[in-house]
Design a protein around this ligand. Structure first.
Ligand SMILES: [Zn+2]
Length: 136
């Protein structure tokens, strides 16, 4: 429960679920830093966090979601649990002739389950959650 400016208690929908997910994410980070050799523990906490989010229909913040593996749900830390490569995009020859200006791809590969995540690198791309709020 939160208290607003008038002193009344207000409740955010799913705040318990968000607190549990936040705790599990932090536990995942702490365990990965404390015991780097046992990254399956991080995967366990990540799987629990995702299952809580699914059950309560809560969305993970995109910035947090980008730090997790799609396959095993462990944290992706460059050099520790993930390898990052920047590649040219796979485009057919016909399309390449038409479109000369294409963006490179950032590939994150999980070292635990070998799952791959790709992001297109656009210089002026901003996540929808990071867009500035429209002024009214
Ligand atoms: Zn993985």
């Amino acid at each position: 429960m939160n208290v607003n400016m008038c002193g009344k208690k207000t409740s955010v929908v799913g705040s318990d679920g968000f607190q549990r997910m936040n705790f599990l994410y932090q536990a995942s980070v702490v365990m990965l830093n404390a015991v780097p050799s046992c990254s399956s523990l991080s995967s366990f906490y990540g799987t629990n966090m995702v299952s809580i989010g699914k059950k309560l229909q809560l969305k993970l913040d995109p910035s947090l979601k980008r730090t997790m593996c799609k396959g095993c749900k462990s944290l992706l830390i460059p050099g520790k649990t993930a390898v990052i490569k920047i590649q040219k995009p796979l485009i057919s020859k016909k399309k390449k002739k038409r479109q000369k200006n294409y963006n490179k791809i950032q590939v994150w590969k999980c070292l635990l389950c070998k799952c791959v995540k790709t992001y297109i690198l656009k210089p002026d791309y901003v996540l929808w959650s990071e867009h500035p709020m429209p002024s009214t």
